[in-house]
Design a protein around this ligand. Structure first.
Ligand SMILES: [Zn+2]
Length: 198
């Protein structure tokens, strides 16, 4: 489990910031892990702000909602640059569904971390074709800490790192359609529709 570096509020001492990335497939618990870290920061009386891309309108516009209903309020933004305007005096910035941000999120994360903030980014590392997803590879490169979380393959029970799309659509972004995916291990992902279910 990720144990965060200590961050004591020491007046007059310039602090360093850093970037953490939490990545994995669908159903791997990325958002739950993001919420866990943010809740711990709140207990430590740090000011926390959470942002996500505005077009992710699943469930509730203002809430970051994980699949187990453990939720934290968040602010939808149209562009990454809005985060710089809104992050203000907070200590910790959380970003959910980060794979949907454009490449300018890299500069935004660096600017936030360079100004002393802790930045925690959660997102899908691969799309449904098992290709690296959007800005995530670069975010993992510039981060100080990277955590890859895993799901369980619904076919065979092995550790799963792939998001298999069960619907025929070839659109990369299928929002609010968690029913259209299953977590699969590499082997069952490659077998596709040829898997033998127990
Ligand atoms: Zn499997």
């Amino acid at each position: 489990m990720f144990i965060e570096p200590s961050r004591k509020k020491e007046i007059m001492t310039p602090r360093t910031g850093w970037i953490e990335v939490i990545c994995g497939s669908m159903f791997s618990g990325k958002t739950e892990e993001l919420i866990r870290r943010l809740n711990r920061a709140k207990i430590a009386r740090q000011q926390v702000e959470i942002f996500k891309p505005a077009f992710d309108k699943r469930y509730h516009a203002e809430d970051i909602v994980s699949h187990n209903d453990n939720s934290i309020r968040s602010t939808p933004v149209q562009t990454p640059s809005e985060i710089l305007l809104l992050a203000g005096s907070c200590d910790v910035v959380g970003l959910d569904e980060a794979q949907f941000f454009d490449q300018s999120i890299l500069d935004v994360c660096n600017t936030l971390a360079n100004s002393g903030k802790r930045v925690i980014v959660a997102g899908l590392d691969m799309d449904y074709e098992a290709k690296p997803f959007g800005c995530m590879p670069q975010l993992m490169s510039i981060a100080e800490y990277v955590t890859k979380v895993h799901a369980i393959c619904v076919v065979c029970g092995e550790v799963a790192s792939h998001s298999f799309r069960t619907s025929p659509s070839r659109e990369r972004v299928l929002l609010g359609e968690t029913d259209a995916y299953e977590a699969r291990c590499r082997r069952c992902f490659n077998l596709g529709d040829r898997v033998q279910r127990p």
